[in-house]
Design a protein around this ligand. Structure first.
Ligand code: FAD
Ligand code: SF4
Length: 462
């Protein structure tokens, strides 16, 4: 995939890979041998018909290929950019045994972009109005998927979103250089054209509770509120000025466009020596943002080794190309501030890997006496997120597990409350876009069944 040069791209927020040219996409598609028992389909969490869509590329029916993907995954332009294909469909592609696997993700992106850029997105037929009203809380990939599926069945759909823009992590977390906002916006516009009503700047649990939504006449509710509560290290000095959670840092930069301050109102601290703590996608997005905001030194501080890093391989590779410095097997133990309460340094300790822990990964163990101090003027803590407790706290009878995630029936995504369904990160904890979208598909199916059964009960006079 052609891409912007690292020296240029660290000075802008434009998307890094340019996308495939038609000719290259065709050549890549022709590598697929259309396996009878295509293992790639099983590797995809939502079982996209991969050889089926690739065959349509070879017939030059690119919009048809996009529609084939959309039969099971409504967000191909997004998933083609951010899915970890290297661990899913591509890792099991038979060509990978001897050669490189088919670049399924690049092809997915190609057909979805072709369909959108050539105005070939068709609005599906909508079923006759059922009179049922569905409320969806949260407009991330889970909520958007439920909305798309239920509106097609003729239900009235309203999405309530706490932020002023829709898209969830896709707009406030993942930066423009990985996922342009206009792509997420076009997915939301498509739903609006289908008739989905978006109510932004509305925090359910504060403006109205789940029970109040029922009183307002909603017949079923989906909770897709994600995992947006940042975790912290809990070490001395963490409240110093210049220490952000990755949530705040990325939200300021992406959603509030702080990179364009003062044209936009939101300021952001632009560090020269920036340490980002963590090894996941959020950490890579934060450290690459810091470079684009003018850091001379941008460090990843991660307590395990590169093998255990949860970030996508492509993101680690891009970060390395851009000059990010990786301090692996290193963990901060305290932050040091100046008299103004600003962070100026960070004390770290070196780690080594011991026996595997409950996650199956080797546990990092501190090496006594290996402490050292790094000069930093900005720290971004990117060590994971937890579920926001607001809705469980304001919804009696809604069961959660010990991490605060909502408990659901995995077949139907139904919660412990009748008519209330949930899916995505609020159920699984921080996971992936495709898993959230897949949970949305499952929930939409069950919610439709539930509403049909209510219709039958009403018709029977119960
Ligand atoms: P979210 O996307 O979190 O959306 C939830 C929405 O609900 C938010 O808009 C929130 O404002 C809203 N909300 C919350 N509470 C309320 C309330 N009370 N009332 C109304 N609205 C509410 N996954 C990948 O597959 N590939 C990647 O490359 C990748 N990179 C990532 C990078 C970052 C920085 C982050 C944070 C995550 C990344 N992920 C990635 C994970 C992925 O984005 C999430 O798994 C996915 O977005 C979860 O979708 P969701 O619909 O469950 O929730
Ligand atoms: Fe094509 Fe690879 Fe899937 Fe086989 S496994 S159908 S070669 S993409």
């Amino acid at each position: 995939m052609p891409q912007q040069d690292p020296e240029n791209r660290i000075n802008n927020f434009f998307e890094v890979p340019y996308g495939l040219e038609e000719e290259i996409a065709f050549t890549e598609a022709s590598r697929c041998i259309e396996c009878a028992k295509a293992p790639c389909i099983g590797g995809c969490p939502v079982e996209v018909d991969i050889p089926g869509f690739i065959k349509l590329i070879l017939e030059k029916d690119y919009a048809g290929a996009a529609r084939k993907i959309k039969a099971t995954n409504s967000l191909p332009a997004i998933c083609g950019r951010v899915c970890p294909q290297e661990e899913q469909c591509e890792v099991v592609c038979v060509l990978g045994k001897k050669f490189k696997p088919v670049a399924i993700g690049y092809l997915e992106r190609f057909v979805a972009d072709y369909e959108r850029e050539n105005d070939l997105v068709q609005l599906p037929e909508k079923g006759p109005g059922t009179g049922f009203k569905v409320a969806i809380v949260g407009s991330g990939p889970a909520g958007l998927t439920v909305a798309g599926d239920l509106i097609k069945h003729g239900h009235d759909v309203t999405i309530f979103e706490a932020l002023h823009k829709t898209g969830g992590v896709l707009v406030y977390g993942i930066p423009e250089f990985r996922l342009p906002k206009k792509i997420v916006q076009s997915e939301c516009d498509y739903l609006a054209r289908l008739g989905v009503d978006f109510q932004t700047s509305t925090v359910i649990g504060k403006s109205d509770t789940i029970d109040e939504l029922f009183q307002m006449g909603f017949d079923a509710i989906f909770i897709g509120t994600g995992a947006g509560l940042p975790n912290f290290m809990g070490i001395p000095g963490e409240n110093l000025i210049g220490i952000y959670s990755s949530n705040e840092y990325l939200t300021r930069s992406n959603l509030m466009r702080a990179f364009d301050f003062p044209s936009y109102d939101t300021p952001i601290i632009r560090g020269k020596n920036v340490a980002v703590l963590g090894g996941g996608n959020t950490a890579m997005d934060s450290v690459r943002t810091a470079l684009r905001l003018g850091a001379d030194n941008a460090y990843i501080i991660y307590r395990r080794s590169e093998t255990e890093m949860p970030a996508r391989i492509e993101e680690i590779h891009h970060a390395m190309e851009e000059g990010v410095q990786f301090h692996l097997l290193t963990n901060p133990v305290k932050f040091i501030g100046n008299d103004d309460g600003k962070v100026i340094a960070m004390e770290c300790i070196k780690m080594e890997l011991g026996e595997p822990d409950s996650s199956g990964r080797r546990r990092p163990v501190p090496i006594e006496g290996s402490n050292f101090v790094m000069n930093v003027d900005l720290v971004v803590v990117a060590i994971g997120n937890s579920s926001n407790p607001l809705i469980p706290q304001t919804t009696p009878g809604l069961d959660t597990n010990r991490w605060g995630n909502i408990v659901v029936n995995p077949e139907t995504m139904q919660t412990s409350r009748e008519g209330v369904y949930a899916g995505g990160d609020i159920v699984t904890g921080g996971a992936t876009v495709i898993l959230a979208a897949g949970a949305g598909k499952k929930a939409a199916k069950a919610m439709h069944q539930y509403l049909l059964s209510r219709k039958n009960s009403i018709a029977a006079g119960f």
